[in-house]
Design a protein around this ligand. Structure first.
Ligand SMILES: *Cc1c(COP(=O)(O)O)cnc(C)c1O
Length: 382
């Protein structure tokens, strides 16, 4: 793509609506649910994903991910479920990589059976492991990289090549990386999904989702979406547009902080393991370097046996124990008790999620203050 603007310019400007009446600096908000017919073809209605604010934000999303078109949803899971259902019917099969966002694996395990959709989970996050699960009726390969919570990296080029050989559609949940750090369409992935609740919203106050792809794929997803009804209110669309203006600078600050904190934790004798793709000791560091522009704001670590992870979390002052992630504030959780609590102990073990593993969503606070908080909590519990 020539003429492509830099990420901060896209975040600030692409898609914005002009206030012709008052010349205000930001996109006007159109809350109408009823619009006069423009012609027989065009019926504007929020659930048709075509209000002025929805269309404006969709242009920004498409530009951020180098796609042709996009849809904005009421949640990340609305984007995930609608995209999958648009490409799968009874008798079809989808291959998921091993470690997935809990909501996505629940969707498959709890709902797909009712629709006669088959699925398999690969043994790990590699293209070879996905390949091993491909069957006659496989239609979709679905990946997440970096993965939650161990930050495994999947080779997107290899997955795209595999899909072409078998005539499959590829989908990625790109939430953890954000469009600032990773653009999967550039590596041949077909459909990019985000929980916009995370880095796009960035302030822990918006629930939203988005999907970006070719116009043809988005048309197909739209047909399912208007029937499922998962659109986002225009007011929240407008707030999300505002949030994304600072996404580039926020995420770059979070990348920098996470790198510093990963290195800091790696140096502590009380920390037995740190998972962060920006560390040279990460097994997929070279792959991450090839396909990511930054290593992201998420890291995980294990404390040594002497420290009780729950007590450690309670001792933190600045870093808040919390379920969600990617806000400007730093948050931490125990995957074994929360996001992955529904998995059996055996499944957790297979995925390498230990009971004392902590997932750390690094915010934009000063790195030194975050280090101090971690250090005092370690000292209190060692
Ligand atoms: C949060 C999240 C989702 C689901 O998004 P919601 O906005 O909560 O529906 C999907 N994938 C990943 C990786 C997430 O972190």
């Amino acid at each position: 793509m020539k003429n492509k603007k830099g990420v901060n310019t896209i975040c600030t400007h692409v898609g914005e609506l002009e206030d012709k009446e008052f010349k205000g600096a930001v996109s006007p908000l159109y809350m109408a649910t009823s619009y006069a017919f423009e012609d027989v073809e065009t019926k504007r209605y929020p659930r048709y994903f075509n209000t002025p604010n929805q269309v404006a934000l969709a242009k920004k999303m498409a530009a951020l991910e180098n796609g042709e078109a996009s849809l904005i949803f009421g949640s990340g899971m609305a984007a995930v479920s609608t995209s999958l259902m648009a490409f799968l019917k009874a008798g079809d099969h989808v291959v998921f990589q091993d470690a997935l966002y809990g909501g996505t694996s629940n969707l498959a395990k709890e709902e797909f059976g009712k629709f006669g959709i088959e699925y398999s989970f690969a043994q790990n996050a590699s293209a070879d492991a996905l390949k091993a699960e491909i069957k006659e009726n496989t239609k979709v390969l679905y990946i997440e990289t970096p993965s939650n919570p161990l930050l495994n990296i999947t080779d997107m080029t290899a997955v795209a090549r595999l899909a072409r050989e078998h005539n499959l559609v590829t989908m990625i949940d790109n939430t953890f990386a954000s469009p600032v750090n990773q653009n999967p369409i550039d590596f041949g992935i077909d459909i990019v999904i985000h929980s916009a609740t995370k880095y796009m919203g960035g302030h822990s106050d918006i629930l939203a989702g988005t999907v970006i792809s070719s116009q043809e794929n988005i048309d197909r997803i739209f047909h399912m979406a208007k029937n499922f009804g998962g659109s986002l209110s225009d007011y929240t669309v407008w707030l999300l547009e505002r949030s994304i203006k600072t996404m580039g600078i926020r995420v770059k600050a979070q990348n920098e902080n996470a790198q510093k904190l990963a290195e800091f934790l790696n140096d502590q004798p009380q920390v037995s393991k740190v998972y962060y793709p920006g560390l040279t000791t990460h097994p997929d560091h070279d792959l991450a370097k090839q396909q990511m522009k930054g290593f992201g704001g998420m890291l995980s670590f294990e404390l040594n046996e002497k420290i009780n992870a729950s007590e450690f979390m309670k001792s933190l002052n600045l870093i808040k124990p919390s379920m969600s992630l990617a806000g400007v504030e730093s948050t931490i959780l125990l995957p074994s008790k929360t996001s992955h609590g529904l998995l059996t102990e055996e499944e957790r073990e297979k995925q390498g999620i230990k009971d004392n593993l902590l997932r750390f969503s690094v915010g934009i606070e000063e790195a030194e203050d975050l280090m101090e908080d971690l250090m005092q909590a370690i000292d209190k519990n060692k």
